[in-house]
Design a protein around this ligand. Structure first.
Ligand code: PMP
Length: 390
């Protein structure tokens, strides 16, 4: 009698099939051929000295991208959520107060993680599509006296960019650490970790960096290190414990110890993506994203579409949100564009589901030609999709 109860799956006898797509949603964006080639290299061991050299280069690349000299700078093995969780789980101890700026889905996610840690989660809430003023933030800091304040730089569910100037010093004067999510904004909108006194900053690899998802840059300054290395309790996650990860990324003098097997292929890719960003130059990349976003916005408005974020200065250059045109089902539009153009644009997320369409022009995808293409596709969709609502 055979002990095999599951035969080899028939589907795996077919060759791998991946369609060619232009990814103009809020992420991931297409990966560049140089990054793709780096990811196709044969691997080496995760504890080989050559791997540590590559990790050091990644650290230097993140320091440039973040504009920081922080020694505790590394890439988390995981997507943007893993970095969000790493930041919160290492900084917060159960019972401590955390203040979360919530104007879209990312604040909701951070609050959820904070609750799981057993922190006292306080929420500073704004309508999706709006951003926070220094007065809003100061009032909440005085009221809740948090040890940590979370805010999102590029709110990709709403298309809002948050002005970060002044928030760092405000938090400092209230004895609170500032944690910023830059997953959707890094490389596409000005951000200066040290100059803006951001204590903890994290991002992702699959947006402006045009890298496969799976690694997430993160950095902690001295003030943040003081807090995370003087905890009374262990962070509840061993995988994301900065005590371990700091050593693996060469933060201290002691020899690097095995903690987990790094995603070697993803690190090769990230190394090249950061090298490309350094070659392009942050200022040039910020300018490119701003100019092409404005070009896209004009084209969309010429089509008669309404942008979801009214205030031009609050529009995120990387991800544009359009109010779902009246009478249309948003899904009909995204499906039409996928079917006829092999282009991904998406609907809303969290509080903006059903309210917006989202278009991302990020990194190598950020071109006027792509803006023209998506405008043409939208025009076509508006002409062909039936108006189902009246
Ligand atoms: N924060 C922001 C602002 C994001 O746009 C995203 C990804 N859409 C995330 C966090 C989560 O990243 P990931 O999907 O890589 O886990």
């Amino acid at each position: 009698m055979t002990r095999f109860t599951v035969p080899p799956p028939k589907s795996l006898q077919q060759p791998l099939s991946v369609p060619k797509r232009l990814l103009l949603g809020p992420g991931p964006s297409n990966i560049s051929s140089r990054v793709q080639e780096a990811g196709g290299r044969q691997i080496i061991g995760h504890m080989h000295p050559e791997m540590f050299q590559i990790m050091d280069q990644i650290k230097a690349g993140i320091q440039y991208a973040f504009q920081t000299t922080n020694n505790l700078t590394l890439a988390i093995s995981g997507s943007g959520h893993a970095a969000m969780e790493a930041a919160l789980v290492n900084v917060l101890e159960p019972g401590e107060a955390v203040l979360i700026a919530m104007n879209g889905v990312w604040g909701e996610r951070a609050a959820d993680i904070g609750e799981r840690i057993g922190a006292k989660v306080q929420k500073l809430v704004k309508t999706p599509g709006e951003s926070f003023s220094l007065q809003d933030i100061e009032k909440a800091l005085v009221q809740h006296k948090p040890v940590l304040f979370f805010i999102t730089h590029g709110e990709s569910s709403t298309g809002v960019v948050q002005n970060l100037d002044g928030i760092g010093s405000l938090c400092k004067s209230h004895n609170c650490l500032l944690l910023v999510d830059s997953v959707a904004s890094l490389g596409g909108a000005p951000l200066f970790m040290d100059n803006q006194e951001i204590d903890i900053l994290y991002s992702g690899s699959q947006k402006v960096l045009n890298c496969p998802p799976g690694t997430a840059p993160i950095s902690f300054n001295e003030r943040a290190c003081q807090k995370i290395f003087n905890r009374k309790t262990k962070p509840t996650s061993l995988y994301l414990d900065m005590g371990w990860l700091s050593n693996l990324w060469g933060y201290d003098e002691s020899p690097r110890k095995y903690h987990h097997t790094s995603p070697i292929t993803c690190l090769f890719a990230l190394r090249e993506a950061l090298a490309i960003l350094a070659e392009q130059g942050l200022e040039n990349y910020w300018k490119l994203h701003q100019e092409n976003a404005e070009y896209l916005h004009k084209g969309l408005e010429d089509l008669g579409l309404k942008l979801f974020v009214k205030d031009k200065s609050m529009r995120l250059p990387t991800v544009t949100t359009i109010a779902v045109p009246e009478g249309y089902e948003w899904k009909d539009i995204t499906n039409f564009i996928m079917k006829n153009y092999q282009i991904e644009i998406t609907g809303g997320l969290g509080p903006t589901i059903g309210m917006v369409l989202r278009i991302g022009l990020m990194g190598i995808n950020c071109t006027k030609a792509n803006a023209d293409l998506v405008i043409r596709a939208l025009k076509d969709a508006l002409e062909h999709c039936k108006k189902s609502k009246h």
